[in-house]
Design a binder for this molecule. Structure first.
Ligand SMILES: [Zn+2]
Length: 91
């Protein structure tokens, strides 16, 4: 029998915040020096957005959970605990 456990890490993209900036906003801030509302509206229209999109959006990497879960075997988890914390299993 193999017992599986969940190894949880903070999401590498949002670092646990659960949200990220919409890619159009990244593009806008990279291109804009001032960031006026008129400049933003023109930019969004020029990039195919009917309206100004919300700047924050659920992180696509973690689906808005804020963490990155990986299923690993219990023996692998215990080996990692020993490696990181120097402890020998649970017993
Ligand atoms: Zn994330």
């Amino acid at each position: 029998m193999i017992v599986m456990v969940i190894e949880r890490h903070l999401c590498p993209k949002c670092h646990g915040m659960k949200i990220t900036r919409h890619p159009l906003w990244d593009k806008f801030w990279a291109a804009s020096k001032v960031g006026t509302v008129a400049e933003l509206q023109t930019f969004m229209a020029d990039n195919g957005a009917a309206n100004v999109v919300a700047e924050a959006m659920p992180c696509r990497t973690c689906n808005g959970t804020g963490h990155d879960d990986r299923e690993i075997s219990l023996s692998e988890a215990l080996a990692k605990l020993e490696e990181v914390h120097g402890c020998k299993g649970l017993g």
